[in-house]
Design a protein. Structure first.
Length: 285
């Protein structure tokens, strides 16, 4: 009997409803696995929130999708193609379809708001200056900052800077936008504005959004799909309401922000009675 070809040789057909899929992914820095056996899908056209305790590997998932790191096992599919098996050319092409907004969305401080948003267009396209100008103004308009184009980043508030970074992230009309902690450090009003903007841009521009955030309330409000990472795997995924009502102890601890539960407050170490008053270990710290 002829043997079936190995799974990775089978052609992958992009799914109409899924833009990103992780299948049984393992990844660790060094020996320690940060993610082990992680599988989930990011539905096309929706806002997906990736949540979980600090250090649980959320940013690492974004880096796997962006191809900054490669899975040590399993597959990370973007529109049906395995990011981990792409050559540099294919990877750059895939990345051009992704907008990334990392923590505090660092702007180039020596460039105006306009030039910050124009940067990816000038860098990655041959568009004439007049068209670049129109696109930049359109993107700035989408985030409510067309009038602020001449400002330097130092003249913008934290919330405004975040919106400029967002305009820059969508400059090349990506299919996917990934946000790492888009609400960190924002006051409640700017936070609400940023959240609504993410939702609105997702829907009006036909994007797919992935948000890594610790802000439960705001994130649950705007997300269609929530994935909770814990202990290297997926603790829960589904509609925000379903996840909120989960009876799983770990998910319950997380969505109710309880200090104790399956996720421990203490970093693993020797027992407290072994550590205090015992100088035999010879620890200096
Ligand atoms: N470049 C690196 N080298 C070694 N370890 C790393 C590196 N980057 C991250 N880690 C470790 O990997 C784990 C997961 O990090 P990651 O940033 O993905 O978590 P996170 O869920 O995004 O955390 P947070 O919510 O605090 O941002 C952490 O324990 C972190 O210390």
């Amino acid at each position: 009997m002829p043997q079936a070809p190995p799974a990775f040789l089978l052609p992958m057909t992009p799914s109409a409803s899924t833009l990103v899929e992780l299948r049984d992914v393992r990844f660790g820095y060094g020996e320690r696995a940060i993610l082990d056996g992680v599988s989930f899908t990011v539905p096309r056209g929706k806002v997906t929130a990736l949540m979980g305790a600090s250090g649980g590997g959320k940013t690492t998932v974004l880096r796997l999708i962006g191809g900054q790191v490669r899975a040590q096992r399993g597959e990370v599919l973007f529109d049906g193609q395995d990011i981990g098996r792409m050559n540099n050319e294919a990877l750059y092409a895939a990345r051009r379809r992704m907008g990334m907004l990392f923590q505090f969305g660092a702007l180039f401080t020596d460039m105006s708001v306009f030039d910050n948003v124009a940067f990816p267009l000038r860098e990655h396209t041959q568009l004439p200056a007049a068209l670049v100008r129109d696109i930049v103004l359109m993107k700035l308009d989408a985030v409510g900052l067309r009038g602020a184009r001449h400002l330097m980043p130092s003249e913008a508030s934290g919330g405004m800077a975040r919106r400029v970074a967002l305009a820059r992230a969508i400059a090349l009309d990506p299919d996917l936008v990934m946000y790492d902690e888009p609400f960190a450090g924002l006051d409640p009003i700017s936070l609400g504005t940023a959240a609504r903007l993410i939702r609105q841009l997702n829907d009006t521009l036909g994007l797919t959004s992935v948000i890594v955030s610790h802000d439960l309330e705001e994130t649950f409000r705007i997300a269609d799909h929530v994935i909770i990472l814990a202990n290297g795997g997926i603790a829960a995924q589904g509609k925000p309401q379903d996840v909120r009502e989960s009876t799983d102890p770990l998910v319950h601890q997380f969505v109710n922000a309880l200090p104790e539960g399956p996720v421990h407050f203490h970093y693993p170490g020797v027992a407290v009675e072994e550590d205090f008053g015992n100088h035999a270990h010879g620890d200096r710290a």
